[in-house]
Design a protein around this ligand. Structure first.
Ligand code: CP
Length: 333
């Protein structure tokens, strides 16, 4: 009998213990990324289908690399080359893919809810690679891994490093950002204090409550950049998601004005702690949300985030297919 698939649709489905377990397994694969031979065999003979209905550079490539580094077969499908462009529904597409017996479908779609819809329909594991404005859980996990590496406090007795008490500012287009939603849920569960920094029009009303009590206690909305950055350990910048504004009334007068008031420059970074790190999920719009000198400066860890993406997605794929106990056995063998 097939075991219950370990979907990853939302950070809301993970508790802090499971998040830490994924990060700990990601640590193992981070080290592998620095070895000359980057191949393990734990998913040999398994099949991962990357089903991407929206553009992607980082997420799709890193899922493909992660699958290949675990010796799984990885197949990429994008909407432009798929029969969805001929009118096939998402569920019909899923049925047809499932008939080829994959172990995992990784899905990105503009519909917030697409990953949950597939997870309720197919019998293989489904991993959400970004669904509309809803969530991007593996991005939040790789962001947490990056923060833990750069800012984590060593645990007494040699346990997993802790993020408890760190201050993180998430700045920019919170309203349209699945990255922000997943990060709010993930970081709050790990004990981080979160400031959401944007004009009121780019912050959904009630966002502090998306994770219930845990986010109510840890999330604060700030509408002035300098106040939002004051004394933080981490600045996470977000792109304006112009592609999700269609049909909406303008939320700010123009991009230049938003950039001037909420863009991160060397001057405004000065409000954060002197050793604060700068993060961005990518793609960056240079000179809009982030000055090039900051994006390329010594405090930016944006490319480390990308490297962590492979390591964390290896951990997530293993969890989905063989579980962490299976992964531990594979390492021991
Ligand atoms: N961060 C992120 O999701 O990037 P891509 O859109 O390139 O996958």
């Amino acid at each position: 009998m097939r075991s219950v698939p370990r979907h990853l649709v939302s950070i809301a489905d993970l508790d802090a213990t499971e998040i830490v377990r994924i990060l700990d397994h990601g640590d193992r694969y981070w080290a592998l990324g620095h070895e000359p031979i980057k191949k393990l065999t734990s998913l040999r003979g398994r099949t991962v289908i990357n089903l991407f209905f929206e553009n992607s550079t980082r997420t799709r490539t890193s899922f493909e690399l992660a699958a290949k580094r675990l010796s799984a077969e990885a197949i990429n499908i994008s909407s432009s080359g798929a029969s969805i462009s001929k009118g096939e529904t998402l569920l019909d597409t899923a049925d047809n893919l499932e008939a080829m017996a994959p172990d995992v479908i990784v899905v990105r779609h503009s519909f917030g809810g697409a990953a949950a819809m597939l997870a309720g329909h197919v019998s293989c594991a489904v991993i959400n690679a970004g669904d509309g404005q809803h969530e991007h859980p593996t991005q939040a996990l790789l962001d947490a891994a990056t923060i833990r590496r750069m800012k984590g406090k060593p645990a007494a007795g040699g346990g997993s490093p802790s993020l408890e008490g760190l201050e993180v500012a998430i700045v920019g287009d919170i309203a349209h950002s699945r990255v922000a939603r997943s990060n709010i849920l993930c970081l709050a569960k790990l004990g981080v204090q979160i400031r959401l920094v944007a004009p009121l029009t780019l912050i959904p009303r009630g966002i502090e409550l998306i994770g219930g009590e845990v986010t109510r206690e840890r999330v604060r909305v700030v509408n002035r950049l300098e106040d939002g950055l004051e004394g933080v350990d981490v600045v996470m910048m977000l792109r304006i998601q112009h592609e999700r504004f269609e049909g909406e009334a303008p939320r700010f007068p123009n991009t230049r004005e938003l950039s001037r008031t909420f863009g991160l420059s060397e001057r405004t970074l000065g409000f954060a702690k002197p050793d604060a790190i700068v993060m961005h999920p990518g793609p960056i719009n240079r000179g809009v949300e982030l000055a090039p000198s900051v994006a390329d400066g010594p405090r930016a860890v944006i490319l480390q985030q990308v490297s962590w993406g492979v390591a964390i997605r290896m951990a997530v794929l293993e969890r989905a297919v063989i579980g962490f106990d299976g992964a531990d056995k594979a390492v021991a063998a």
